[in-house]
Design a protein around this ligand. Structure first.
Ligand code: CA
Length: 725
């Protein structure tokens, strides 16, 4: 009997595991919904259909208000993995950020829940993937022609062919193997297409030769009735298309007043000599005609822009074609293998893209064309075929959705919500669904788009531009193309007030506060010290001290103790007086840790200035400290982090600032995991039995004297030895 019930229990378990659906997440880069034929409103539905993607929508659901948190590549991907906005997961831009794969991510959790997981294709988070049984990813942006893929042993291997075809092939190979496993699978098949420089598969190089592509109404937008900051962009079809890379000319730039760049086309250079000939031929007739017309003075500014638009949009749409073919192939494989019934399939892209709207290519600005992400999903038996949802969804929802689908717990750290209730209700949103989505772009040197953050509700959009200190407000019903900001229009006074409140509330809700948003200081002395530390950080060190004036003080009152304890241990002082968490976050991503990949330990003590001068809430300081620790963990993959409780301040225990630090310590102590992160509170060692901070140790009740530094060094020595120092 006992034996039998054990058998039954085993059987039940096996059945429920098999019941859990597989998850296939097909993802691309910069694919605007306006270039997908199942989405309404696009100009190319007839000319350049996408039957593969359309099939998912036809057999499942299409989301028409699907938005990103931050319209650039890496940040969107990091938001998907963590279910968090960029400022919380730390991947705020493509240049300064570095992803910490040890954060709570949905692949890690699915794996714990018994899924086998894979990531194939474009990754773009700088650090290698974590949380996958199998991965094979493009380095950085990756290449279209004969691309390299990083293998799991960290070597790079080059493969012949077009990147889209290779991602499809590698995806199919993995899916075929995964079918043999008894576990359900979660696969991320991520195409590089249709990212710049829009290099089509050879079979599609001439597919639109005889077509005149329709132009968007706003191709010649003059940015009237909106902020002047929009004109500062460097992402215009007219002014910022490069001669070789974007426009596919050979040889030196013949018209530098109309085209940027020289001969460069990295994709072309990867081709074999024979393929180079084919490639040149594909563009040559049109290119030679353009050059002749230019020399004959036949083309005015407008005609040149129109020509550039044609070249751009044809390549953009052509590069999608081989990806869509690949998606069709993958869907067919699911049919043929019998996997289709129990596999949820999603197609999405990291953000939208300007297809000439507002005169632009690229993304970033919070206008619909780049804010929107395509999102179509098929789940046989659960989602009604052909349904459409108007609910406001965001990429932070994907992780919670996948966990929900798998029957796993959604962690509190994830800021998104599961979409499963919407799937099951034909796209109708539950009563407690969100009324707005929050967006935050942190600014990057490329393309000159100013930082801004905002919210979009079903009818309106507001965003704030710190650089020019102005709001932009749009009526999305009356002005869907966003051609007039109504923030000064008296008729919108009430809406303006409400939208400002919604923005403020969203910043609070999503924890977009000053302690976590990295910020440099403007003073010369600060910049100089930061630069001097970066200079020292060019050399690898074993031991890093990271903090504010108390850490900097190792060079003052603590000098003798430093010499005694750390003088011969390759230690680096990364403390700057007055720093709060936000300054340290910025520094760590701007050179302080650049060559510290081999560091053995980092001692972190930060936070007292957050409550001292700026009165940030202890829970906000905790977010900042969490971000600092996560950044060190990612950038110094071998380092143990000794996170010290913030030192006591104020003479007596009832000093409000002392109490604040105690509160911070309660919260940051939870970051301890005994693996990479070790929390240690040495506060008591500075205090008398009654909790008094004496002048002998910290004369100003904040900064240690030499005796204080001795106490500090002795208190952490055991831990440092444990870390192998
Ligand atoms: Ca992208």
């Amino acid at each position: 009997m006992k034996h039998l019930s054990a058998l039954t229990a085993g059987l039940t378990l096996a059945l429920s595991a098999a019941d859990r659906p597989n998850i296939l997440f097909i993802f691309s880069d910069d694919h605007a919904p306006n270039a997908i034929s199942c989405y309404p409103g696009g100009l190319f539905d007839e000319i350049a259909p996408t039957p593969g993607i359309d099939r998912i929508a036809k057999e499942g659901m299409r989301f028409d208000r699907s938005y990103c948190t931050n319209a650039i590549c890496g940040p969107s991907r990091a938001s998907i993995l963590t279910g968090q906005h960029s400022h919380l997961n730390g991947f705020i831009d493509n240049n300064s950020s570095y992803f910490d794969g040890l954060q709570t991510t949905f692949p890690n959790l699915l794996r714990e829940a018994g899924y086998t997981t894979a990531m194939i294709g474009k990754w773009h988070l700088h650090s290698n993937p974590v949380g996958f049984d199998y991965w094979e990813v493009l380095p950085g942006q990756g290449a279209y022609y004969n691309p390299d893929f990083i293998q799991m042993d960290n070597t790079r291997k080059r493969f012949e062919g077009h990147c889209n075809d290779l991602v499809t092939k590698k995806g199919l190979t993995w899916l075929k193997q995964a079918a043999d496993s008894k576990k359900p699978f979660m696969a991320m098949v991520q195409y590089k297409a249709p990212h710049r420089n829009w290099a089509p598969a050879f079979r599609h190089l001439n597919v639109f030769d005889d077509v005149e592509m329709p132009e968007p109404e706003t191709l010649f937008d003059d940015y009237a009735n909106r902020s002047s900051v929009l004109k500062e962009h460097a992402m215009g079809i007219q002014g910022h298309m490069s001669w070789g890379n974007d426009m596919k000319f050979q040889g030196p730039n013949l018209f530098p007043s109309h085209f940027t760049g020289g001969q460069g086309n990295g994709q072309f250079r990867r081709l074999t000599d024979e393929d180079k000939k084919t490639y040149i031929e594909a563009y040559d007739d049109e290119n030679q005609k353009f050059i002749a017309d230019m020399r004959a003075g036949k083309l005015d500014q407008k005609a040149i822009t129109k020509w550039k638009y044609q070249r751009y949009i044809k390549d953009y749409l052509a590069v999608i074609r081989s990806m869509d073919e690949g998606i069709s192939k993958i869907l067919k494989h699911l049919d043929d293998s019998g996997l289709a019934e129990n596999t949820i399939v999603i197609y999405s892209s990291d953000q939208g893209f300007y297809l000439g709207e507002h005169g632009w290519y690229d993304k970033r600005w919070m206008f619909e064309e780049s804010l929107m992400m395509p999102f179509v999903v098929r789940w046989p038996g659960k989602i009604k075929p052909g349904s459409v949802s108007k609910a406001l969804i965001q990429n932070i929802d994907y992780g919670p959705t996948f966990l929900d689908v798998a029957g796993a717990k959604i962690p509190a750290s994830m800021q998104g919500k599961s979409l499963v209730p919407l799937f099951k209700a034909s796209g109708e949103k539950p009563d407690d669904w969100r009324d707005s989505i929050y967006y935050r772009y942190s600014g990057e040197a490329t393309h000159h788009v100013a930082a801004h953050d905002g919210v979009r509700t079903s009818d309106h959009k507001i965003f704030w531009v710190p650089k020019t200190k102005e709001y932009q407000l749009f009526d999305m019903v009356k002005d869907p193309q966003e051609m007039r900001s109504v923030h000064k229009d008296p008729a919108y006074a009430k809406v303006f007030t409400e939208m400002k409140q919604e923005l403020e509330a969203s910043r609070k809700k999503y924890r977009a506060h000053s302690a976590i948003i990295g910020q440099p200081k403007e003073q010369d002395w600060w910049k100089k010290r930061h630069a001097a530390m970066n200079q020292k950080a060019k050399k690898p060190h074993d031991l890093l001290f990271i903090g504010d004036s108390i850490t900097q003080g190792w060079e003052g009152s603590g000098k003798a103790t430093w010499e005694k304890f750390y003088g011969t241990r390759k230690a680096l002082n990364l403390g700057i007086s007055g720093d709060r968490t936000e300054h340290v976050i910025w520094r760590l991503n701007h050179g302080n840790l650049k060559n510290q990949k081999k560091a053995k330990a980092a001692v972190v003590m930060i936070g007292t200035n957050n409550t001292g001068h700026n009165s940030q809430d202890p829970s906000e300081v905790k977010d900042g400290v969490d971000r600092i620790v996560s950044t060190i963990r990612a950038r110094c993959p071998e380092a143990k982090i000794l996170l010290l409780g913030v030192f006591p301040r104020g003479v007596n225990p009832d000093d409000p600032k002392r109490k604040n630090n105690v509160e911070i310590n309660k919260l940051i102590s939870k970051l301890h995991n005994g693996e990479r992160i070790h929390y240690l509170d040495i506060s008591d060692k500075f205090l008398t039995e009654k909790g008094v901070l004496t002048k002998e140790i910290m004369p100003d009740a904040l900064h240690p004297k030499q005796k204080g530094y001795e106490i500090w060094a002795e208190a952490i020595e055991g831990k440092l030895k444990e870390f192998g120092l």
